[in-house]
Design a protein around this ligand. Structure first.
Ligand code: EPZ
Length: 424
């Protein structure tokens, strides 16, 4: 197993650039399925999840070629409509091929995604929305069997919750449906807006992405396009918290600061100086952060994907505060690891009650998921002594050159091989 070893207490300062957004790139790759021909996607992060999505597409008969941070996706001939269990089990975002396949081919067999460390990750809203568009769905033997032999018809759909994945699958199914689809209570994340602009470049008619009501007028067919992925706001937020923990000033570039408004406002409330520029933000913090309450909510609320990173900062802040996780039902798993480092955190239902301590102490810890893993490395940056974060593969799913970028900011951090097998 490869682990990350951090020796805390170094001042962090300098500049770091973020890559294209993981949670957009994966869906753009799925959307490329809908147009016969070759689409080109640039600013694609070099991360494990992109490799997995490329494997899923290849299994469908699509050719994916990669050079540097660009992908050429040739979806001229689809030879299969199955996203097999082993792929979906590896990465639940593989379910994003459901909408595109029923849209273009009229059929899809996609394995049901399991739960994961942060929650049950249901897809009932995906299924209900697709059924309203005329897709027949049968669940059996762990698979979603979807078919729409007579094509899809536009519908008025309202989501119970602004689910990112459900919004994306329904949007991708609606663009080739006959007639108008109105999707209410839609997710508003920047990644949804990026997907909508990709679909419009392919010839789709989509209005209102980024607002709670998206209106789609179906078109006959889509054509390939070229598109640059937006900067990754969560990767950016992760390095901004690193800057606060390490003092800074740290300039994080390559993303739109408007995509992190709530996070930037919470960093300011915690006592950081935050300078916004057109393509990035510089953060610095003299002394100790102030405690600030956090409520995770769908965009534009505080992003759940930044909850763990912020908890690492608040664990050593001055005062007491509460983090409330409203999006996932089990996203405090890693708090116990912070407690092993000396944090004073008590979990009550979906609240984490934090009493800031003056310093954490380095310890061996494990990262239960992608964002928690990054957060534990951040905690190690400010801890006294050495922290070893195991299960590094979680982090590599979503962060390109994570260790290298932190070294670039002055962190004393390296990767070590240990003989403990992954996941032991
Ligand atoms: C996307 O997951 C992101 N993943 C997540 O990022 C992110 O945390 C999440 O959106 C919320 O912003 C990708 O884009 C690949 P949801 P998704 O559907 O689409 C429940 C990361 O670290 N729900 O908005 O799965 C669900 O269980 C990852 O990069 C249903 O009940 O999120 C969850 O509690 C982690 N039924 C809540 O809604 C459904 O049909 C939000 O899920 C769909 C969702």
């Amino acid at each position: 197993m490869r682990s990350i070893v951090v020796r805390g207490g170094k001042r962090l300062a300098g500049r770091v650039s973020v890559e294209g957004a993981k949670n957009s790139a994966l869906k753009l790759m799925a959307a490329a399925l809908m147009a016969p021909g070759t689409s080109r996607i640039t600013n694609v992060p070099d991360i494990a999840d992109v490799d997995i999505m490329a494997e899923v597409l290849t299994g469908l008969g699509v050719t994916v070629s990669r050079s540097d941070h660009s992908l050429e996706i040739d979806a001229s001939g689809i030879t299969s409509v199955e996203a097999p269990y082993e792929m979906v089990a590896k990465m639940r975002a593989s379910t994003a091929v459901l909408g595109p396949l029923v849209s273009r081919i009229g059929e899809a067999n996609v394995a049901m995604p399991g739960g994961c460390n942060i929650g049950s990750r249901k897809i009932d809203m995906h299924i209900r929305g697709l059924e309203q568009l005329g897709v027949d769905i049968v669940l059996g033997h762990g698979y979603i069997h979807a078919s729409a032999k007579d094509g899809l018809r536009g519908a008025d759909i309202t989501l119970d919750f602004p689910s990112v994945g459900a919004t994306e699958n329904i949007l991708m199914a609606a663009v080739l449906a006959e007639g108008r689809t109105t999707l209410e209570n839609a997710a508003r994340e920047p990644e949804i807006q990026d997907l909508a602009s990709f679909l419009v470049s392919m010839g789709a008619s989509v209005d209102g992405a980024g607002t709670p009501v998206i209106v789609v007028d179906g078109v006959e067919a889509l054509h390939p396009c070229e598109h640059r992925v937006i900067g990754d706001r969560v990767e950016a937020g992760t390095y901004l918290v690193a800057g606060a923990l390490g003092g800074g000033p740290v300039a994080v570039e390559g993303f739109d600061p408007h995509h992190l408004d709530m996070v930037l406002s919470k960093l300011e409330q915690a006592g950081c100086t935050v300078d916004r520029r057109a393509d990035g933000v510089t953060v610095a913090l003299d002394g100790r952060a102030q405690c600030v309450d956090i409520q995770t909510l769908p965009y534009p609320g505080f992003p759940t994907d930044m909850q763990a990173q912020f908890m690492a900062l608040l664990a050593i802040a001055d005062g007491s505060c509460v983090i409330t996780e409203n999006v996932f039902e089990n996203r405090f798993m890693f708090a116990d690891e912070l407690v092993r480092m000396g944090a004073d955190i008590r979990i009550e239902s979906h609240h984490a009650l934090i009493k800031g301590v003056s310093q954490l102490s380095g310890a061996p810890v494990r990262s239960p998921d992608l964002r928690a893993g990054a957060a534990l490395v951040l905690a190690g940056l400010a801890a006294d002594g050495e922290t070893e974060v195991g299960e590094m593969h979680h982090i590599e799913r979503g962060y390109e050159r994570f260790v290298e970028k932190l070294v670039g900011l002055g962190a004393d951090i390296s990767v070590v091989e240990s003989d403990t097998p992954e996941g032991a």
